[in-house]
Design a protein around this ligand. Structure first.
Ligand code: ZN
Length: 74
């Protein structure tokens, strides 16, 4: 299914899946995502910043603290 996607794109999406799990599911994730999007815009959305800044780190999800996107709010 992911064969046509780059490894970093898969990791990017996996980071979003971990964020959603930390939000107790997709509904609360998307509500929060929407709020951040309105507040910060797409690229400065802390969910996206965590995903973009760590998508090239293969071990990121093994070591990242839960709700680490909170450290990407500026
Ligand atoms: Zn993303």
């Amino acid at each position: 299914m992911y064969r046509h996607l780059s490894a970093s794109t898969v990791r990017h999406e996996n980071i979003h899946m971990a964020q959603a799990a930390d939000c107790r599911g997709w509904i609360l994730f998307y509500l929060r995502y929407l709020w951040y999007w309105l507040r910060y815009g797409y690229r400065r959305n802390p969910f996206e910043r965590e995903a973009y800044e760590n998508e090239r780190n293969a071990d990121y999800l093994k070591n990242s603290p839960s709700q680490n996107w909170r450290n990407y709010m500026t």
